[in-house]
Design a protein around this ligand. Structure first.
Ligand SMILES: CC(C)(COP(=O)(O)OP(=O)(O)OC[C@H]1O[C@@H](n2cnc3c(N)ncnc32)[C@H](O)[C@@H]1OP(=O)(O)O)[C@@H](O)C(=O)NCCC(=O)NCCS
Length: 177
C-alpha cells in the first residue's frame, strides 16, 4: 500500500555547496551528470543545493546560483535555478514544486534577489509556469569556452519584488545554469 503524504517524512534543505559532505556532493554531481550530461553546454558551478528527502532518501534536487546579469542593458540581481530533477519513482507528487517554492523564498529573503531566472526546454516549462514563472523574450546569451552563445529554448523569470522585468536582450554575464 502507498504511504500517504502525511505519513511520509519529507524534508527540504538548502545547503551551500561548500558545506556539502563529500558523499552528498558526489551523489548530486553524479545525478546531474546522468540526468543532464547529454546537454552540450559548459555549466556554471552552483552556489547552493536544494534537496528534498523522503524518509532520509534523496528524492529531489535543484541548484541555486547567486548572480547578477544584464537585461535590456540594466543590471539585475537574480537567483538562478538549475538542475531541477526528481527521481523517477517520486515524480508527480509535488516534489519539484515544493523545492522551487522553498528556493524562491530563499532567493528573495536570504539572497535579496529581485527575480528568479532559469533556462528550460519548452516541454518542462509547465512545471515552472504553474508556480508563477513567466517566459521572457531575450534573446539570452552566455559564455562558453568557444565564445558567446544564444540559448535556443525558453528563458523564464519569477518576480520576487515589485520590480518589472527589464525587457530586451539578456546577457547572463558568464557561464549559464
Ligand atoms: C521535470 C521534473 C523535475 C518534475 O518533477 P516533479 O517532482 O514530478 O514535479 P511536480 O510533481 O512538482 O509537478 C508539478 C506539475 O508540473 C507539471 N509537470 C511535472 N512534470 C512535468 C514534465 N516532465 N513535463 C511537463 N510538465 C510537468 C505537471 O503539471 C505537474 O502537476 P501534476 O503532477 O499535478 O500533473 C521531473 O520530471 C524530472 O526530474 N525530469 C527530468 C529532468 C528535467 O527535465 N528537469 C527539468 C530541467 S529544466
Amino acid at each position: 500500500m502507498m504511504q500517504s503524504d502525511a505519513l511520509m517524512n519529507k524534508k527540504i534543505q538548502i545547503i551551500p555547496v561548500a558545506e556539502t559532505t563529500p558523499t552528498l556532493d558526489k551523489e548530486l554531481r553524479d545525478w546531474f551528470r546522468d540526468q543532464f550530461g547529454r546537454v552540450a553546454y559548459r555549466w556554471a558551478e552552483p552556489d547552493y543545493y536544494g534537496i528534498l528527502s523522503v524518509d532520509e532518501q534523496l528524492a529531489g534536487r535543484l541548484a541555486v546560483f547567486d548572480r547578477q546579469i544584464s537585461a535590456g542593458g540594466v543590471i539585475v540581481k537574480v537567483g538562478g535555478i538549475g538542475g531541477v530533477a526528481t527521481k523517477p519513482q517520486f515524480r508527480h507528487q509535488g516534489i519539484a514544486s515544493a523545492l522551487l517554492s522553498r528556493a524562491a523564498e530563499f532567493m528573495k529573503n536570504d539572497l535579496g534577489a529581485e527575480f528568479g531566472f532559469l533556462l528550460c526546454r519548452p516541454e518542462v516549462s509547465p512545471v515552472y509556469a504553474k508556480l508563477g514563472w513567466t517566459r521572457v523574450d531575450g534573446p539570452t546569451t552566455f559564455s562558453q569556452p568557444s565564445g558567446i552563445e544564444t540559448y535556443p529554448y525558453y528563458t523564464m523569470i519569477l518576480r520576487l519584488t515589485g520590480r518589472e522585468w527589464p525587457p530586451g536582450p539578456i546577457d547572463m554575464m558568464g557561464l549559464p545554469w
